[in-house]
Ligand binder design. Structure first.
Ligand SMILES: [Zn+2]
Length: 212
């Protein structure tokens, strides 16, 4: 039995790094360089006209998915809410699962939570509205309608993470004329191929490979 004992220390010694990547240039030439991505600082731009912008701490971090790390099959937001805000008013679905995480942001204790957030899952007759008053994670299976999402009371900062298992953020919306539309949003970032152009979520860069 002794030889089957898992010796983590031995494994770690065998895998000691031999090549350090420290500069931008080294990273550009490195085999795994495209897998290591430094978050750009972003400032929320999706605020309805007339709404205050100070409900969320600036700057925020977002992982925009495959446009930032080629081949990524999820995207994720990291926002800290400090004031009540009606974040998402429109019901929608996604083609893959989404997870919403609510944690206290009075670090380091993520259980230091004092907020009241309303979130609806389902549509019409089957719709259920949940009130979040404790650290919570919610799974929204692909195809399930959800929202509105309303941060009704925020007495202590809340860390909100939305994770969607698609290479770019987007949703399926029922239009007033009875049709459905898939809409994508990749953030207020410049186009990967033309820094002067704003990203229009065309999705071209999602085809890139992380490999050289
Ligand atoms: Zn959603």
């Amino acid at each position: 039995m002794e030889e089957n004992k898992f010796d983590l220390r031995k494994l770690q010694e065998a895998d000691m790094p031999k090549k350090y990547i420290t500069t931008k240039e080294e990273k550009n030439n490195a085999k795994f360089g495209k897998l290591v991505f430094e978050f750009p600082q972003e400032r929320n731009e999706v605020v309805a006209e007339g709404d205050p912008e100070d409900f969320v701490v600036k700057p925020q971090a977002y992982f925009r998915g495959a446009s930032q790390i080629p081949g990524a099959e999820f995207n994720q937001s990291y926002q800290i809410f400090v004031k009540p805000f009606f974040l998402d008013r429109v019901q929608h679905r996604h083609v893959k699962d989404e997870y919403l995480v609510f944690l206290g942001a009075s670090f380091p204790n993520v259980f230091d939570f004092d907020a009241r957030i309303e979130f609806t899952i389902g549509k019409g007759e089957e719709a259920e509205t949940y009130t979040i008053t404790q650290p919570t994670i919610i799974r929204i299976p692909a195809g399930v309608y959800h929202c509105p999402l309303n941060f009704k009371e925020v007495n202590k900062p809340v860390l909100f993470l939305a994770t969607l298992f698609t290479p770019m953020f987007g949703g399926v919306y029922d239009m007033p004329d009875g049709t459905t539309r898939e809409m994508y949003y990749n953030g207020p970032v410049p186009c990967k191929y033309n820094a002067e152009k704003k990203c229009d979520s065309c999705g071209k860069c999602l085809q890139e490979s992380w490999e050289k």
